[in-house]
Every structure is written in structure tokens, then in C-alpha cells.
Design a binder for this molecule. Sequence first.
Ligand SMILES: [Zn+2]
Length: 1038
Amino acid sequence: MSDFQMYHALGQGDPNGDPNHPGVQGQVPTQQFHAASSPYSVGLSEHNQPSPNVSQHYQSPQYTGQQQYASHTAAQGYFPEQPLAPHGGVASDGKMVQQTGGLAMGGEAHGSVRPHKKKDRHAYHNLEPAGSSQAFNGVPANGLGSPSQFLSSTAPAAQIPTTPYSPGLAAPGAPQVPGIPSGSFAPIAGHPSVPQFAAPPNFAGAHQPIAAGPTSGSQQNRVDPEQIPSIPRSRDVPAQYYLDHVYPTMEHHLPPPAAVSYISYDQGNASPKLARLSLNNIPSTLEALSSTGLPLGLILQPLGPLQPGEQTIPVLDFGETGPPRCRRCRTYINPFMTFRSGGNTLVCNMCTFPNEVSPEYFAPTDPSGVRVDRTQRPELTMGTVEFMVPKEYWAKEPIGLRWLFLIDVSQEALNKGFLEAFCEGILGALYGEADDATEAEKAEGRSGKGQLPAGSKIGIITFDKEIHFYNLKSNLEQAQMMVMTDIEDPFVPLSEGLFVDPQESKSVITSLLTQIPALFSQVKNPEPALLPTLNAALSALSSTGGKIVCSLSSLPTWGPGRLFLRDNQKVHHTDAEKKLFTTEHPGFRKTASKMVECGVGVDMFLAAAGGGYLDVATVGHISSFTGGETFYYSNFHAPRDCLKLSKEIKHSVTRETGYQALMKVRCSNGLQVSSYHGNFVQHSFGADLEFGVIDEDKSIAVLFSYDGKLDPKLDAHFQSALLYTTATGERRVRCSNVVASVSEGGTEVMRFIDQDAVVNIIAKEAASRMTERTLKEIRGGITEKTVDILAGYRKNFSGSHPPGQLVLPENLKEFSMYILSLLKSRAFKGGQEPSDRRVHDMRMIKSMGVLELSLYLYPRIIPIHNLHDQDGFPNENGHLRMPPTIRASFSRIEEGGAYIVDNGQVCLLWIHSQVSPNLLVDLFGESYTSLQSLDPQLSSLPILETHLNAQVRNILQYLSIVRGSKALTIQLARQGFDGSEYEFARLLVEDRNNEAQSYVDWLVHVHRQIQLELAGHRKKDESLDNLSTSFAAMRAFY
Ligand SMILES: [Zn+2]
């Protein structure tokens, strides 16, 4: 079938004839969301109010700079010549030009979030008062929501948008738990009819035919890019809803999109921030699951960060006996276990074994079978709790976490300015210096001082060809250095003083870190000896466990374990390439294994000047194997990247971290764990997962298979148990419990698919295969899986639609786009890519949580040249008003525009070459009137008194909170000037780039494959057969 016919076929469906699309084409996106079986439609109506004008507020004295500013913008505007058609011939993919020419729909795909605003509307043209909102009439009485306060560096964390919500509900520790009906612990099963969650009466309403009508006036009939599912929309609309609503974990059964900020309320089912099931309704049999093509799995982020306003996780102490557990399957006590015989018998929710209740834990039950003390017992009401555990759970005496900083002081580190930045970063992390951007940390509920938890100790080692240890005892004038020249067999020459309390030894540590760059500027050894240093660090931590933070700025070519340049472009795209993605270096492998055994993990900070080779596969193996993380600066530039480095060191050191961890996942009878994917060690199948360290950003995927049939009358239960030592030195188990209903067929299943979890599982499994399969095979496997899932839906669940119509499940509307992005990611893309970058991204994907992966796959792009007056300021409820995001396509870029482009890894500030000088002045300051005048090394915005500058800084601050492990700093991408423009082009994932199709072409391709499958003519790639059968998620268990 030719492309033309394909397009034509896609166009056959008549959206106007579809009951779900009663409106004209131009309204379809809105209609689609209203039809959704989700609470979002509620949010739409509540937020669809005309924007109140808050102009009066701006006349507060703090904004005196504004008048002046308003005068020139009002006169001139940011791009007076602008009013271009949104698709005025700038599409990077020529095919897409003119596609929307005949449609009434504008380029703005966010019409329902707020009233449609004109393209050429500028924020600063409308400063004159025109009515005022109640809350903003003059100075707000309570001070909350005042822009000036939001900007203030001392602003309390509570001002971050999502804090306020219905007050009675989520008061931390509130004893009344509205969600769980007492008595029955099967609140979900068969009752997805909670009002907010009710599916439309006609289930067909959830279907999403995205066929476009023929574009009038165009000689070819093509897919209308306006009507294909939009990821920006799928985020912006729920984001609005969750400003004013909590996510109650038992009442609602489909978590918010991962990239959205929300308050979760634990009602007995774990927060989606800690655990997300791919299917929240599980088919009872393997056959039914197979008909969906979907993976059944759980994404766990056991220490996932919670936000202000969410309940803290209770820590419970059952003394010497430890927490009650099922005697047969060892499941920990949880809200879904039931009591019988007046409270004497505890029935396990996993294996149904009736346990005898110990006298210490006994409490009588009331006539309905509920323990009388239930509401006083968090382990019976909350989905996630922590148990203190007695000695039998200890591997060694738990103590406060020891941090050991290994600092590369070799020549390259000095030359790049990396050494100085790294030392400053450590100081900032320990003492809150060298980093003035602490609002984000405060918002995350962290100490603005960046101090470590009480009980932590730190040590410092530097290395080049030799290893230098430091005695940091607080009674010393200054640190004492001990040099270990014998790197063949290094030992730790200090019996005490290596690890100290960072507060007690503050002056010694501060003076040492300040002097290190100068100290080694005379020495300049070119080659670092990494492995001997890691071994020395390991021996220093072997008896206690701990965390290593290690910097490296060139290939470690000295001493035992030296590495060589082994990337060879000739093997790219051959069978041998996968060897570049792993390491067979016996020394590094052995050290990594020993570290895990000892409860030690490593975060690596790698800087490659000019993109030099570092053998990330081998060096980063130490991090990924031990549960740590690699921060990789593929083209480190000081001073541009210093702020990012310092923020990331701080994050690494201050984020929630545990060590010496073991993890086990249990599930209901009838299911079993089939595989795990992530960065950890599993010595044999069925064994516990082992982590040297684990932190709040790390996630793993768990896949399940059937070992029987599930009973549709019962729920399916899952429990993850992470045994670890906290940074404060307590040995605990963190249990998260997840429940899902079970149904006979797949129809119900379709209504409770968690798209983010499905994408995350597929991505993690694909990344796990990079060391076994060629990239081409993996891309093929991902594509086949996508077709399997969508064809499975079309075949079995979509109801009747014209055969030419592409029909997508409501909950997988954006799935195809995410998968296309995955194919375009640095890990999997075709074409040239240095192996260092591929390996790095592969390992990141394996450990990324749902939020970080979602952003990584599809960036947030925010136009800042046409912000609404109120964008970037708190509304009357104190929520920051975020402007809508736009699709990642060059066709959406406006002439003269400026855009924030943030994928959670880098944040570009892309500026069109025809940008208005007024915008530059407002954003960067008086002296910056042209793109040339801007400093290419800029990493943050100056603090100015202009409205635009305040808006953009507030928006960036918000973005810096809602992300994963990487810090947000700005990188300029000026059109026609900066190298980072390539990155910008790469991030426009809806366009044809990264050696892959545009979104539209990709949908056409997928649709063609679905049609072939329906007609029985689909040819699967023979070479993928083995691959497919070995991919549990790639191809469900057949
Ligand atoms: Zn059991």
C-alpha cells in the first residue's frame, strides 16, 4: 500500500459521525478529554473560567521597574511583524506543511486549559487595569500568593503550587481514613464505579479514533497533526485538575500522568510516586492478558520523594519480635490482611494462609470483623509504612551513613575547571555555600543548609597517579595529607581521622577543599589511577558500608585496572557493538561486587572535555552495579556547567539515601515475579535484589507472569519490601502495598492501563537487552511490541469502527509518541552516537522513575515571548499559574519567539534570531539588546525587576522541583549561534530527526502494521523471533 493510500485510509473515518466526536473537527481535542473516563473533565469545567485580570496587583511598589518596562513593550511589542500562520512553512518535515491549511483549528492545542488566546498576544500589552480579582485586589491579606513572596529566597516551601487542597483530607496523620471501608478489604474489585471514576455509560466513549477528515483544499488527504494525540495536552489538563484535587489512592484507580505534580493521599494503596502498576485491573488468565499484548508489571521507586502536603511515611517499632508477617509466605502485615475468629486469626492477602495472631499483637474485632484499634494502626490503614527491624535483620551494626569523596586532581580536572567546581560543589552540599539557589531544596522539604543528617560522617581522598588520604580531625590546625604511592596494593594509612563529623571539622574541611585546586596546580599528573583509589575507598568502608562520591575527568590510564580507548566506530552497527555497552574488565567487576557485599555504592561525576572517551561502560559499571548513579557531563565547560555540577553534587548528597539494601517483591497466589529490570545485583533467579546504596530517584521494574488463574472475585495484591539502613543509621523495612482488581476478560483491563508504567517497563526491559542484542534488533522489538499492543486493542476491544480508522485506547493515546521518542533516545537511536553516551543513557533509563523518564522522552516546551500577564505568578489559591506547553515540533516555533525546552536532563533557552531586543532586555538586563551580546556561558537568569524576568524565573523554579535527579540550569541555544541548537533540534521529537520518522509518519506506519495484523498479513521480522520470546514485556508471555 502506498503512502498516499495510507493517508487516505487514515482519513476515511468521519469524526463527525462518531458519537464521541459530536463537535466540529476544531473541537475534537476538547471533546476527547471530556470523553475520558477520568476525573480530568471535572477539572476542565472548574478551570475553564475566564482568566481574572490581576493587573492592579502589579502596581505594588516592588514592581516599579515595570512602568518603564511596560512603556517600551507596549509601544513596540516583542515581535511586531509576527502574526504568522502557526504552520507558515517552517515545518522541518516538508510533508507536514499545509496540512492544517484548510482547517479552522488554530495551532494552539490547549484550548481547554484556558480561553484560547491569540498567537500574537503579548504579556505586556495589557497592563492597564481591567477589573480585579478578589484575592489580588491590592496586597493580599495573608501574603500568600504574592509574587514578591514567591520570588523571595526566603519564601516558605508551602507556596509551591500544589500545596493547598481540600484541607480536611490530607492532614498528615489524619486518623479518619475516608477511603477504606472497614470490614471488606476489596474495595476496588468489580467496583470501578466510584462516581469520579465512572466510565462513560457507553464504553466506546473511551475509544480514540484519531482519523482526520480529508483536509479540505489539500490535494492529498493526510493525518491532521492537530488531531493526533498531544502529550503536552495530556499533561497540562490534568496538571490544572491536580492543583485543586488530591489523588486518593483507593478511590481513584488510575494515577495522574507521571509528569504532573500532584498530592497523593495514601488510603491503604501505596502512592503512585512509589509504586505504579501497568494494569490496575488485571486479567484473570494468561490468555486474556495475551490478548491485550500488554506487560503486567510494577514500577517501584521505593524511596521516591514526596512533596509538601503529603503524609510522612510512619515508622513503626514492634520491638524485638519485629513486624507481624505471614508465617507461610513472609508477607508483612498490611491493610489488606483480614482478621477472623474475633481477632485471633490473621489471613494473609497473598497466600490466604490463616496465621495465629501473637498475644502481643492481639486486639479484638468488632461485629463487622474490623480490629477495634485499626484506626490507630498505620500498618492497617496505610499503603506504605516503615518498620524498625530487630537484630536478625541486620548484616552489620547500623550506623549513620559515611560519605567518602574521591576527588580526581589530575591535570585534565585542573585544566577544565572541573576540580575547582567539584570542591565548591562539595562545600555547598555540606554547608550550603557556593549555591544560592536553594528555594528548590526548601520546596522539597529539605534543609536549605544542605547539611547531612545527624550521625553522618565524611571523608576525603584525592587521587592522580597516587592516592592522598586526609586526616580531618577537628582539633587539627589543618588537614594532614598522607600519600599512598604504592597503588599496586593500597591500604588505608589512617586509623582515625579519615571519617569525621562535617560540623565538628567544618573549618578543617572547608580550608582543605578551598586549597585543593591550588595545591595540585603545581603537580599536574596527567593520568588518574581510578581502580586502586576505588579499592582503597572500599577498604575504608568495608566494615561499615557507605557511599562514595567520585569525580573523574579523563580516561583512567594509570596503574592496575587502567583502561584503554576501546570505542571503535568500525564496530558500531555490528554485532560487536554491544560489547562497548558493558565491561568485561575483571578488576572493575570484582570491585563492584565487593562493594555491594559491603553495603557500599558509588555516584560518579564524569566530565569529558570536548566529548573525549571515558569508557563509561566500565567506569559507570561501578555506579550502576552498586545502585549508584552516574552524572555525566559529556562536554564539560567551566563556568557554564559549574552551577549544574554543584547543584547535582548537592542533590546526590542530600537526597534520601539508604544503604546495604535488599529488596523483595511478593504477589498474590496465581502470579509470580518473572523478572526485574534496573540497576542492582541479583545473584540468582528468585533471590533478593541487592543494592550497595539506593536513593529517592532510583526505580526498578518488576514483571509478573501467571502460575495459575486469578479469581476475578478477589483482588490481586503486591507488596515490595525494602530492607535498608537509613542515612541516620536505623535498620528498617519499607513496605509498599499495591492492590488491583481482577477481571475475566480484557475489556475492564483497558480502562485501567497506566501508560507511564507501560512505557517505563518497555524502556527498562529494552535497555536491559542492550548488552545482548543489536540496537537494530531492539528497535525492531520495541516497534513490534507497540504494534502488538495497539493491534490487540483494535482486534479485541475497540468495538466497531471503520476498518481504515486508527483507534487508540483512551489510556494509551500518547503511547505511540512516547515509544517513538524511545526509539529516538540516545540509547537506542540509529546513526552515530558515541558509545559513552549510549551506555550512559541506557543505564539511566534502567533506573529512571516514571516522572524523569516521561520528561526524558518528551520535553516540556514553554513559549515565554507571549506569556499571559498572570503566568508564572501564583493565582488566588497560591498555585503557580503555569503557561501551556507546546508540541515538540519546529512547526510550533514562532518567528521571534523564545522557549524554555526542558527534558529533565538539560534545560535549553532557545531564542529565535529575530527576537525582539525588548524581550532580551527584560529577560537579561539593560545591556543585552542582541543575541550576540548574551553570554554563552550563562547558566541562570539574572534577578531583575521586570515582569518577564520574574515570570520566567518562577516558571524555572517550578520546573526545577518537578523533575528527577538532574539539576535545572539554563543553557543558551540562540538560533544561529550556539552548538546547543543541535540538542534543541534533537529534542523536537515530533519531527523527523534522530534517524527516525516524524510523529505523523510513525502513526501511519504503526497503523499500516495494525491493518496488516488485522488482515492476517503482518510479517514479523524473523530475526526478532528469539528476541521476542525472550522479552517478557516486549511480547507478553507467549
Ligand atoms: Zn502469606
